[in-house]
Write a protein that binds this ligand. Structure first.
Ligand SMILES: [Zn+2]
Length: 79
């Protein structure tokens, strides 16, 4: 037998796309995490990634709010 190309299985699991989307969301979450100027800062934190006109953006940033809404829409009613 020569090295013939492996047959392409067309019946991929439908969860692959979902898993890829979740992996992308996790990557975004890793960037957009809550950050404080100092540990005892009484004020709400800021997004560690976002800024607008050179200023920090209060946490949660619009990106995380949008993600939360997306996850809520995609996930079940549990939680
Ligand atoms: Zn952000």
């Amino acid at each position: 037998m020569s090295d013939a190309p492996a047959p392409v299985d067309d019946a991929q699991e439908p969860t692959n796309e979902h898993q890829a989307a979740e992996a992308a969301i996790e990557s975004v979450k890793a960037l957009h995490c809550e950050w404080k100027r100092y540990e005892t800062d009484p004020s709400p934190g800021y997004c560690a990634h976002c800024e607008k006109d050179g200023d920090l953006i209060p946490w949660p940033c619009p990106t995380m709010i949008a993600l939360g809404q997306a996850e809520r829409a995609a996930g079940g009613s549990s939680g």
